[in-house]
Write a protein that binds this ligand. Structure first.
Ligand code: IMP
Length: 523
């Protein structure tokens, strides 16, 4: 190779995977070489990408549709960080549509679905709600009209339990400096939030009630929420400036017709046919149905791990291909069935096949590859992005404050959260049996486990670290965007070597008695 961007012992991706034909490799098996000169800073790396044919995102990640990962709180938090969540389907159609609706109605810092009371409710019910939710400030509404405010400072549980909310609330005529008309606020998202913050500070208040000109309740703003939501330059929005969200549907055609219709009515941006068996006639029929009946909605197809499976998805009309079989942290599929494949070989095989197919068939748009499962370090994400457009995360997002998993404390008092596979018996009985083709047969065989995971704090603190990690990966090989990374891989500027067992040990932290890290993941 007569180029400056080379090393005599590294191989291009094509050479590497041809050399190891017949071997299944994963992240730690690959060592990635930098040959290009780095001429930009880590913050200059553009990590935007496409998650589907038509949907652009600012961070190359997606939250997996899983019971302990992806409900509306996760969806709001990740969309503010630049990537979508796919709301899982282990709930009724109405509940899933409501979850999508909550994301779509979210206004940065403005709580439009605040818990409220009517003047005729009892103080006892306020006390109960406060205990149940930890929330201590509630608007009082008559229908939708704001008539007062009740907070923990307005009652005592020993004296007022039997009284009504109307007896203890601050009536609306005493709320002047805590009430604001929507029309007096700027329409621009960031300015609106700034203005609300100024008014809160000026009024020395913790809460602001926003109403329309007829005094109908619009939203509630609190100091804590403003601080949480202040700056989100990366948030992903649809044409109407609402956050982007996806949702999972099943391979059961009867149910999916209705589920998809309701999700689309609620404003979902894309759908994901959530099946561990892509490349099946069930999935083909669903994909064709969705593309014929809802052509405006992009659909993710999967899961597959072979070139053949990926190409079928493209032929059947998929707008993105989800790759990953038997590799998730909670997954026991490779113990009970076949067809699995370590994630690097799977991702490369599928990405290469789709690319080749596109070129041969003159397809002039990109069909993104979503590499799903097995990611537990920043460098693994970097390696996945050598070939994939987006990385799907389960365990790296489970355990955050926004994940719906149950919180548990272990014997040492450490905070943990439950994280279970969608193929665990427990999750399958909640609805995901269809994902594993277990809906029709009698005895269930689990393909996943129920486990616990270390608590990671809030998405707003944790995800910026992941994003920084991704930028470091790209910068370290001299590519300042995902497109450039793909080009550099294709043209052999990013080179690959097989990592030896001794090399893996050397690459890990070694020879220390003990060590500390600030990261809540494997290091
Ligand atoms: P993780 O990021 O390594 O935790 O993997 C998450 C991925 O594992 C998901 O996106 C699914 O593709 C897959 N998955 C989820 N639940 C199960 C299961 O019970 N068995 C097998 N795979 C699963």
């Amino acid at each position: 190779m007569l180029t400056k961007d080379f090393d005599p012992f590294g191989l291009s991706a094509e050479e590497f995977f041809q050399k190891f034909r017949g071997e299944s490799l994963t992240f730690d098996d690959l060592n990635i070489l930098q040959t290009k000169t780095i001429d930009f800073g880590v913050d200059d790396v553009d990590i935007s990408t496409n998650i589907t044919r038509n949907i652009k995102i600012k961070t190359p990640l997606v939250a997996s549709p899983m019971e302990d990962v992806s409900e509306y709180e996760m969806a709001i938090a990740t969309a503010l960080q630049g990537f979508p969540t796919i709301i899982h389907y282990n709930m009724s159609i109405a509940e899933q549509a409501e979850q999508v609706d909550k994301v779509k109605r979210f206004e940065n810092g403005f709580i439009t679905d605040a818990l409220f009371f009517s003047p005729d409710d009892t103080i006892k019910s306020v006390i109960n709600k406060k205990q149940e939710t930890g929330i201590s400030t509630f608007p009082v509404l008559d229908g939708k009209k704001l008539v007062g405010l009740i907070t923990k400072n307005d009652f005592s549980s020993s004296l007022h339990s039997d009284l009504l909310v109307r007896d203890r609330m601050l009536p609306v005529d005493r709320l002047e400096n805590r009430m604001l008309s929507l029309s007096s606020l700027p329409t621009d998202d960031t300015k609106r939030l700034q203005r609300a913050n100024e008014i809160l500070l000026d009024g020395h208040q913790g809460v602001l009630l926003i109403v329309d000109e007829k005094r109908m309740f619009h939203s509630l703003v609190t100091r804590t929420d403003i601080e949480k939501n202040e700056a989100h330059p990366d948030s992903i929005k649809d044409l109407y400036k609402r956050l982007v969200v996806g949702a999972a549907v099943k391979t059961n055609i009867g149910e999916t017709k209705e589920r998809a219709t309701e999700l689309i009515k609620a404003g979902v941006d894309f759908l994901c046919i959530d099946s561990s068996h892509g490349n099946s006639t069930h999935e083909r029929d669903i994909l064709k149905y969705l593309k014929e009946n809802h052509p405006e909605i992009d659909v993710i197809y999967g899961n597959v791990a072979s070139a053949a499976g990926a190409i079928r998805g493209v032929e059947w009309g998929a707008d993105a291909i989800r790759v990953g079989k038997g590799v998730g942290s909670i997954c026991s599929t490779s113990r009970v069935s076949l067809g699995t494949r370590p994630q690097m070989t799977a991702t490369y095989a599928c990405a290469r096949a789709v690319n080749e197919y596109r070129i041969k068939n003159n397809i002039d748009y990109k069909i993104p590859i979503i590499s799903d499962g097995g990611y537990s370090s920043f460098s693994a994400i970097g390696k996945g992005l050598l070939f994939a457009d987006v990385i799907m995360l389960g365990s790296m997002l489970a355990g955050t404050d926004e994940s719906p998993g149950r919180t548990i404390y272990d014997r040492q008092g450490r905070k943990l959260k439950e994280y279970k596979g969608m193929g665990s018996i427990e999750a399958m009985t909640h609805g995901s049996a269809s994902r594993y083709d277990e809906e029709r047969s009698g005895s269930m065989v689990g393909e996943g486990v129920v486990g616990t995971i270390k608590a990671k704090g809030s998405i707003s603190q944790w995800v910026p670290k992941i994003k920084k990690g991704i930028r470091k990966c790209l910068q370290s090989v001299g590519s300042n965007s995902i497109n450039m990374l793909h080009e550099d891989v294709e043209t052999g500027k990013v080179l690959i070597e097989r990592m030896s067992e001794a090399g893996k040990r050397e690459a890990g932290i070694h020879d220390l008695l003990e060590y500390k890290t600030e990261l809540p993941i494997r290091y």
